[in-house]
Design a protein around this ligand. Structure first.
Ligand code: HEC
Length: 186
């Protein structure tokens, strides 16, 4: 009866969705969904950034659920979020993102869109998980962030991200604005 229970959250009031999903999601994805939430991460982009047309074009060949759905939307924008502990790696000259780091790219069909269309994300796994690409696991989430639509050593994602070994396979290819650091003792 899993399918019937899965439908319930969508019928329920919006604020109830999360609580219900926590019950029905398979445990592995459940952990990812809990961690991969913009609210639990630090935003490192100051405002929505237009998707680069050449990236959008290359995405056309990526056969991932939802991945190319923004292609006909030239006004698509994105924001990037990262685990608080990995914020400094976003601007470090030779970053090594700690195990457990989550990077989330939140994609909107247009700058004035209220709800995201989808998320793409990266999760730093233990050493040896994915030696070809910095031990990152790649994943995609639906627009409400309540379902994992794909995850793993996704070849199509790595085709591009492998070109960024000098920054631990994180592109950082957009203006980065770090959130204000917590007050430090002198
Ligand atoms: C066509 C090349 C390309 C492919 C394929 C691609 N990416 Fe990216 N990715 C980029 C670029 C370039 C950026 C920088 C933002 C931008 O310009 O859109 C980026 C940014 C990101 C970010 C933000 C962190 C960072 O690297 O700066 C995440 C997370 C991400 N991609 C995940 C994924 C996932 C998951 C997939 C596969 C479903 C994927 N990407 C496929 C090129 C690609």
């Amino acid at each position: 009866m899993k399918s019937a229970r899965l439908l319930l959250p969508f019928a329920a009031a919006r604020f109830a969705v999360l609580a219900t999903v926590q019950v029905v999601t398979p445990s592995a994805n459940h952990d990812l969904l809990l961690l991969a939430k913009p609210g639990a991460l630090a935003r490192v982009t100051e405002s929505p950034i237009p998707m680069q047309p050449q990236v959008a074009m290359a995405c056309a060949s990526v056969r991932m659920p939802g991945h190319s759905q923004l292609l006909p939307k030239p006004a698509a924008v994105f924001q990037v979020y990262v685990t608080p502990a990995a914020v400094t790696a976003m601007t470090a000259p030779k970053p090594a993102f700690p195990v457990g780091t989550i990077l989330l790219k939140q994609k909107f069909s247009a700058a004035n869109a209220q709800e995201p269309e989808l998320y793409t994300g990266m999760l730093k796994q233990e050493k040896g998980f994915n030696p070809d690409c910095g031990d990152w696991e790649f994943f995609t989430l639906n627009g409400t962030g309540t379902a994992v639509t794909a995850r793993g050593k996704i070849e199509s994602c790595m085709e591009c991200h492998k070109s960024y070994p000098q920054s631990d396979f994180v592109t950082r290819d957009y203006p980065i604005k770090l959130p204000a650091p917590p007050a430090k003792k002198p």
